[in-house]
Design a protein around this ligand. Sequence first.
Ligand code: LUZ
Ligand code: MOS
Length: 767
Amino acid sequence: MKANTQKIKPTKQTKKSLQNIDSYTHLRGESIYVDDVNVRQGTLHAVVFDSNCAHGKIKSVDYSKALALDGVVRILTSDDVTGENQIGGIIPDEPLFAEGEVHFWGQPIGLIVAESISIAKKARKLIIAEFEELPVITTAKQAKEKGSFINAPRSFNLGNVNEAFANCEYVFEGETFSNGQEHLYIESQGAYVEPLENGNFRIVSSTQGPTQVQRIAARVLGIPMHKIEVDVTRLGGGFGGKEDQATPWAVMAALAAQILNQSVKLILDRHDDLRMTGKRHPYETTYKIGLSKDLKIQAFEIELLQNSGAAADLSPAIAERTLFHATNSYYVPNVKSTVYSCKTNLPPNTAFRGFGGPQGMFVIESAIARVASELGVLNTTIQEANLLKENDEFSYGQIAQKVEIRNSWNTAKEKFELEKVQNEVAVFNENSANIKKGVAVMPITFGISFTNTQMNHARALVHIYQDGSIGVSTAAVEMGQGVNTKLLQIAVDSFSIENHRVKIESTNTTRVANTSPSAASATADLNGKALLMACDSLLFRLKNIVAEEYKVDIKTVSLRDEWVYINDQKSTISWEHLIFKAMALRVALTENAHYATPVIHFDKTKEKGHPFAYHVYGTAIVTTTVDCLRGTYEFDSVKIIHDFGKSMNLGIDLGQIEGGLIQGIGWMTMEEISYAANGKLLSNALSTYKVPDVYSVPKEVEVIPLETPGNDMAVLKSKAVGEPPLMYGIGAYFAIQNAIRAFNPKYKMRFHAPMTPEKVLMGLYQK
Ligand code: LUZ
Ligand code: MOS
């Protein structure tokens, strides 16, 4: 395969997007990550000693040789924890350091603190641990058979599936599997902790959830939260992997800093990170789908087994989102969906872009593909017949409103000439023996808000300094998604001042407290809305100064391009002059605002409510070419109609679409996590775990914004864009599958992701 000359068609932008404010320092290599922080003299370095047994009783651990090594300062274990040895977020079921037993390969047992990383690593090799091995569970199915669960199953129900199936013309049952996914943030997990005076600590962490780090560190160190300050400048990627799982490393470093009264740095190297951290949850699912004669889906019943790993982590919340998205973009009047969070001996699996949603969507897309092949129709015929309409009810009780799925589908169909493409592919396949093409369409409908209603809030703290410059603090964590650029845009637009006047500060728990993690695609919405409120309050005060001085109605006062206008006339008051006046009049130039998403609610006892502020919609057409001698494939094009609402920064939002899409294609086609039966991670390096690269991205990616009125629940009507595009990648699986079907009429469709070249080859030559 030759290198792709990737062509990304420039999408028409009405207004030039503000360039990502980090691009200057990124390009020069000057951006600061945890490993770049200036450390205090005498800083110690830590390495985690972890289990090489997936399930067992710890018989003995001999640290003596390691401790004798020159430069080793201390080895901490569960015995040294000053507070509670417990880091569980949702359920307290996860020790910081193993106590008595180990439950996964890679579970932390101790922390080696030494004068250098190389000494600590050398010491790690000298520790001898003995285990009494216990039975190991690696799959969700094994866990279910043994009754090994994290919590009680959840079930969403709508209508009556049994009655509906009885009246269906067509009923099919089957199984699907989707594998996990490694986050592979470029910056691995890590933290740097300094002890301050009076038993206080400052933690610099690569976390999406600064408050989570602060809360758990306080619990483990046995001190109040106000003694801990967590500071985050930016992350070199998170993708959900640092929503909860940045915490243990920060907490271990903090514990060492507390015990040794010295600053401590703990950064996982890539191999340690791959082995010790959880990933996207694999799911094993059985489904039953029923349709009427006119191909309307009447009933859908699924039982999902989530491979949660050895502790809860965020699994219960992720399982819930799987149910929320189990019908993807379709209206199904009768639904019974049940999910089991299965406890296995893998590292606790965790949040990953889409948060269980993609796993749910894969199942219904598989069921539709199965029906289509059984009935000899195109997948798209069934998909199109069942798209959501205005006022349709989701299985969780929310009524679909401002639905744009048909609009995006129809626009994609027209603009990208779907029928013509499908015909061309069919003609190509008739005339080509060993090269086959496949096309698939992937509609997405993704709910925006944390499904846990109480997490949907944020705050902003704005200081206008006396020289007219501004500092903005929010709960938003910049992880490459460009949220700081959006926040800057909100502040400069609010005051109509120049970009250079605004600085977005680091995310810091002493400036903005009790933060929800930057997650759920909701960061710009929640923090942006809070920032808008803070700016509006300040603006009111500033305008009031002018109104009082000139005895005019405040409504006639406005700020434009760094000047005060009265009745649309430019005054003699500049921005700087206005701030000078405010200082002289002792007007408060600081504001703190709190935003909590209105309207949303959810009743878990009934499993009904209105959990999402709104949904994001879109449709992708994926075209692939499969080499039927080799089983290899490439993607000719992915063409997307996406519902941005009214994008406030199309450049940044397009970046999110492209990144999400490629990450989704990787999950569905090439990234294959593999554990041995004894629980050891086999795909433990980048030589055995394949992520998309420049050779595997689609040759053409075209994204056209859908024309819509936008949605007031989104910040400046600019809809959330972080997670939804990952799910366009699901189309890649079905595009390849359609190419296989064109080559091998005997191919019995299996729905077992990822669709690696090995699986393609087996499908091509299945008899
Ligand atoms: N994190 C979370 C998330 O705690 N709750 C959510 O609903 C969610 N959704 C997507 C991604 N992360
Ligand atoms: Mo998340 S999957 O940390 O938005």
